[in-house]
Design a protein around this ligand. Structure first.
Ligand SMILES: *Cc1c(COP(=O)(O)O)cnc(C)c1O
Length: 372
């Protein structure tokens, strides 16, 4: 990595994303301490943009006992990083590569009769989790299909094709503690578990809660909680202070003095009101700075919050530093934990009209990564 010199500080040549694994460790321990059941680390989407292998290893070293991902390919990547813990994959096509899952000892969710019928392997039974739609109309089996699904799962179990180790549901509105939809989802889950028992199944791992429900509603914990956002410091329920794990920086690459009335960037959406200094950052919407933040966002630069002015471009953004003597090479903090006054991921989410999850999973591939 080449470096520009800013005072005595070495900064990277381009934008850099620093991942703080101590924060992931602290968050993991918090969930392990407070969950009534075991903790599954959900590391889909490259560990919520924090790095699949790094988040997986950190979570397991700090008390998580399961790993959860969407695709079989991600699950295989987890196994190949040397993980022995149970790994569950829950979003696959009917014709997904079941033999890869079987070879790597990966648990599969079963969201439909068609998925169940396609799970066949000439060897020990495939471990499956019946995935029930407990009130989202998204993934999982619709309630009017549960009875047939459970009867078929029992037949497949008797035939030695599968072993039903789990039943899983998911809550649509867990980030609104006390919303009646949550009690409804929990009741649906328990009804599904009871139905499975009556079909002769003996699932030992019932799981419903993700981050929000785990933080706000112990009645949803059951045997296992699935934690994704919370591991990386995001609390969608807004009830708990977790440890944010990302810091995004970019060096100033150019500085220019402009007069009052200067139009800045595409469309001249910002026009300077007085003579000022503009600093250029080599980071844009291809790197995860959402264009929608234009006119609202700030960065921490030379000790103060400064406005990002004009439209965020694909590769660059302009910051107004007033009359301060900012020089090329100085590092701007786009977001971080907030301890030094820098904006947080939550700030960027608010400016962009979205949620923190979308910001952390949206950092582009050309941003340098640094895991510590
Ligand atoms: C992503 C996901 C999770 C993790 O949710 P968080 O709120 O990020 O903890 C849990 N369960 C399912 C089914 C998911 O898709």
């Amino acid at each position: 990595m080449s470096a520009l010199v800013a005072g005595t500080r070495q900064v990277s040549a381009g934008p850099e994303l620093q991942v703080d694994l101590d924060a992931v460790a602290a968050n993991t321990r918090r969930f392990v301490r407070t969950a009534r059941g075991e903790v599954m680390a959900v590391v889909k989407a490259d560990g919520f943009g924090h790095g699949l292998a790094a988040v997986t290893a950190t979570a397991l070293a700090n008390g998580a006992t399961w790993i959860g991902v969407t695709s079989i390919a991600e699950a295989v990547a987890v196994r190949e990083s040397g993980v022995d813990a149970p790994v569950l994959s829950w979003l696959n096509r009917v014709d997904a590569d079941v033999s890869a899952a079987w070879r790597h000892g990966i648990d599969l969710s079963v969201p439909s009769l068609e998925h169940l019928a396609a799970i066949e392997h000439p060897g020990r039974p495939v471990r499956v989790h019946l995935q029930l739609d407990t009130g989202m109309a998204r993934d999982g089996a619709a309630p009017d299909t549960w009875l047939a699904l459970m009867a078929a799962a029992r037949r497949a179990e008797v035939a030695g094709r599968v072993r039903v180790v789990g039943v899983m549901g998911h809550l649509a509105r867990a980030d609104e503690p006390g919303n009646p939809a949550n009690a409804g989802g929990r009741q649906a889950m328990l009804r599904g578990v009871e139905m499975a028992r009556q079909a002769g199944l003996r699932p030992s791992v019932r799981h419903l809660a993700a981050t929000s429900a785990t933080l706000t509603d112990p009645g949803t914990h059951l045997d296992l909680v699935r934690i994704g956002a919370g591991l990386v410091g995001i609390d969608p329920s807004g009830t708990t202070r977790l440890c944010p794990a990302l810091r995004l920086t970019a060096p100033v690459v150019q500085v220019r003095r402009v007069t009052a009335g200067t139009g800045v960037g595409y469309g001249h959406t910002h026009v300077t009101e007085r003579a000022t200094t503009l600093a250029l950052l080599p980071v844009g919407y291809a790197d995860g700075l959402r264009r929608a933040v234009s006119g609202r966002a700030e960065v921490l630069l030379a000790g103060r919050r400064r406005p990002v002015v004009g439209m965020v471009s694909m590769d660059q953004a302009v910051v107004d530093v007033g009359d301060d003597p900012v020089v090329p090479g100085v590092e701007a903090v786009v977001f971080g934990p907030g301890d030094d006054g820098e904006p947080t991921v939550d700030d960027w989410a608010r400016w962009a009209g979205t949620i923190a999850h979308e910001i952390v999973t949206g950092i582009g591939p050309r941003v340098g990564r640094c895991v510590r």
